[in-house]
Write a protein that binds this ligand. Structure first.
Ligand code: AMP
Length: 341
């Protein structure tokens, strides 16, 4: 009986510095960033002198780590888009600029080895090609070598409503790091989750308003079987809190059903907030039905596509969720001819 040779999976190359990232990005597919682990020490890979220049598309997925299937879905979409010859770059960086003074920057879960193992376990797009070519996981000093940046991106009105109202400066911090990471990784296409709908909108606006040469793609929310939107912060929840947290997605679905049944935007909010208020363990920051392309408020008689958003604290954990809603025309009772009602 012969023992089959061990399968050596091609690992993503992990780089920690901007210089190593620049070198690895220039490596043709299947050489540096695609080399088996051990063949090219982390951060030292370079293109072969005779290698042709890279021509296939490059996709980037930006994360704060503590990866789950929501992040992996972005990676799958990125690989699907650029094909086996393309380059998929995942960034892992917990950006201090987007955390408020009382937020969870210090306790945010960090485990780069586990993240890389998850990415390495994704289906290969072709034999010997990793799903992710490159993981860029810089330190805070590497991203902000001069300390806090003086010049930053301003998210404008988008950054002052909903999430922005509860997290002042959050979207400026997000957009600043996103623009820096776009400059560093120079992708053709960048993938972001609809889970952070307001963030996705702010990034789209930044890219349009500042003529950033990248295509932005939104990826639908990945949920657990029971409806809870996957989030790195779900790891903070106790069993009871996790049960309470289910109210968020349930309330959104009930609100969406009410809107679709002709109860209007106000009806959707009433139904959803009624459900949320039944749970003392859930403290709502905001519940809003907005224009999905601007996050502007809607007129009371609005009919058409909308976005129902919620943010709530469950114990000490702050969660967000959202759902696309179709606000149907109001149901009007018409008197039957000859009837008595
Ligand atoms: P984060 O690590 O939380 O900054 O998220 C990194 C990216 O993954 C962002 O574009 C998020 O919107 C996206 N993301 C996080 N959770 C989910 C989810 N459950 N479904 C889809 N995308 C997600």
């Amino acid at each position: 009986m012969s023992v089959p040779p061990p399968v050596t999976r091609v690992q993503p190359l992990v780089v920690r510095t901007r210089a190593a990232l620049r070198t690895a990005l220039e490596a043709p597919a299947g050489t540096a960033a695609g080399a088996p682990e051990g063949a090219a020490p982390s951060g030292t890979a370079g293109p072969r002198p005779d290698a042709p220049p890279r021509t296939a598309a490059r996709a980037v997925v930006m994360t704060m780590g503590a990866l789950h299937d929501g992040h992996l879905q972005l990676v799958r979409a990125a690989r699907e888009r650029v094909g086996p010859a393309g380059q998929v770059v995942v960034t892992v960086f917990v950006n201090p600029l987007q955390f408020g003074p009382d937020e969870d920057l210090d306790r945010y879960p960090r485990d780069l080895d586990a993240d890389v193992a998850l990415l390495a376990g994704l289906d290969e797009p072709a034999p010997g090609r990793p799903a992710v070519d490159l993981v860029f996981a810089p330190s805070v000093e590497e991203m902000y070598p001069g300390g806090d940046p003086i010049v930053r991106v301003t998210s404008g009105r988008i950054g002052t409503v909903l999430e922005g109202a509860f997290r002042p400066g959050h979207f400026d911090g997000v957009l600043t790091v996103v623009l820096k990471l776009l400059h560093l990784t120079r992708p053709d296409v960048a993938f972001y989750g609809e889970k952070d709908a307001q963030q996705l909108l702010a990034i789209r606006r930044m890219v349009a308003d500042l003529n950033v040469d990248v295509e932005v793609v939104g990826v639908p929310i990945v949920r657990d079987d029971d409806g809870l939107a996957l989030s790195s912060r779900n790891a903070y929840l106790s069993a009871q809190e996790r049960a309470d947290a289910l109210t968020l997605s349930r309330a959104l679905r009930a609100g969406a059903a009410a809107a679709a049944a002709g109860q209007g935007g106000a009806g959707a909010i009433e139904v959803a907030s009624g459900m949320l208020n039944e749970h003392p363990g859930v403290v709502v920051d905001y519940l809003a039905l907005v224009d999905p392309t601007t996050v502007d408020d809607l007129e009371p008689e609005y009919v058409g596509p909308a976005l129902l958003l919620v943010a709530a604290r469950v114990g000490s954990t702050r969660l967000i969720d959202n759902l696309a809603v179709d606000v149907a025309p109001p149901v009007t009772r018409t008197a039957r001819p000859g009837g008595t009602q």
